[in-house]
Design a protein around this ligand. Structure first.
Ligand SMILES: Cc1cc2nc3c(=O)[nH]c(=O)nc-3n(C[C@H](O)[C@H](O)[C@H](O)COP(=O)(O)OP(=O)(O)OC[C@H]3O[C@@H](n4cnc5c(N)ncnc54)[C@H](O)[C@@H]3O)c2cc1C
Length: 269
């Protein structure tokens, strides 16, 4: 690890000021992605701004048809929250399937979506539910948030404060986990909302994306049989040491059907 100056601001405003004023500064939340990067010397920052102790940036509440989760809320707290389980059980299940107990007890929803790992789980929920990312500067629609491999619409000194999830009629998330890390080799989030059906795929490409052909088919008939004939083009998918693009294309089709089944079952309970 290279040397850096460590800062522990007391408010989001103070953290934003530090990010803007200090040379080569980086936010630290749960540290589950940033710290390994620093320890392996894959990145070097002169200033690290720790937001773990900030007031008012963690917590879960429901406001009518919206579930609001503070950026510093740990994966474990989302997974075990009765409010989340009641409003969006698929989101609680998604959080409970992230990594291992250490990662779930340290990692945060804000850190996960800011990091925008192509195999991360939360991006599928943000896109699949049409969530809104609330920062210290503005509200960003989930559709506009993820822009590429480890890239988001966030400006350098912008801090995520919360994520606002519309409560769907029903939803399901199923991933094929990498057996070592539990990251999604492929993960599919399906949501049936009052405004239509949304399907988001993570793990398969450089960035989470919507599967519009599946959305159209499921809008006609919300049943796994409706997506039997959906062709997944491997041409735009990733190939790496974990899986080829063709393998991922097949896995997307399988996870899609399972996610629809999960959502259908959830609607009955
Ligand atoms: C062994 C292991 C297994 C894992 N398995 C999975 C898995 O199965 N599924 C999965 O989805 N993830 C997995 N992860 C990643 C994990 O979910 C991390 O918690 C997450 O990616 C980063 O969250 P963090 O709070 O630790 O962020 P940090 O590591 O502290 O920060 C990550 C990045 O986000 C930025 N950031 C943090 N908070 C904010 C904010 N509020 N506003 C703006 N920028 C911010 C930081 O500057 C940094 O660039 C795994 C990680 C490990 C180490």
């Amino acid at each position: 690890m290279y040397e850096f100056d460590y800062h522990q601001p007391k408010s989001v405003g103070e953290a934003a000021d530090l990010l803007a004023a200090k040379d080569n500064a980086k936010l630290l939340a749960g540290g589950m992605s940033l710290l390994p990067t620093l320890k392996l010397r894959l990145a070097q920052y002169s200033n690290v701004v720790d937001i773990a102790a900030l007031e008012g940036i963690a917590g879960i509440k429901r406001d009518g048809a919206t579930l609001i989760i503070g950026a510093m809320t740990r994966h474990y707290d989302v997974a075990s929250s009765d409010v989340v389980r009641q409003a969006i059980p698929a989101l609680a299940a998604l959080a409970g399937g992230i990594g291992d107990p250490l990662v779930r007890n340290r990692g945060t929803i804000g850190g996960s979506i800011a990091n925008a790992d192509p195999a991360a789980d939360y991006p599928a929920a943000v896109l699949g539910l049409g969530a809104t990312v609330v920062t210290n500067q503005r509200n960003i629609a989930g559709d506009d948030f993820f822009t590429g491999l480890f890239e988001t619409a966030l400006e350098p000194a912008e801090i995520i404060k919360a994520v606002r999830f519309p409560v769907p009629l029903t939803a399901g998330y199923v991933k094929f986990p990498n057996p070592a890390s539990r990251f999604a080799l492929v993960g599919v989030f399906v949501a049936k909302t009052a405004g239509g059906v949304r399907v988001a795929v993570t793990g398969a490409g450089p960035c989470v994306f919507r599967l519009t052909a599946a959305e159209a088919a499921l809008s006609n008939k919300f049943d796994a049989s409706a997506v039997d004939d959906i062709a997944i083009d491997p041409g735009t998918l990733s190939s790496d040491l974990h899986a080829t693009a063709e393998y991922r294309a097949h896995a997307v089709a399988v996870m899609l059907k399972r996610a629809v089944d999960t959502a259908t079952q959830a609607a009955k309970t």
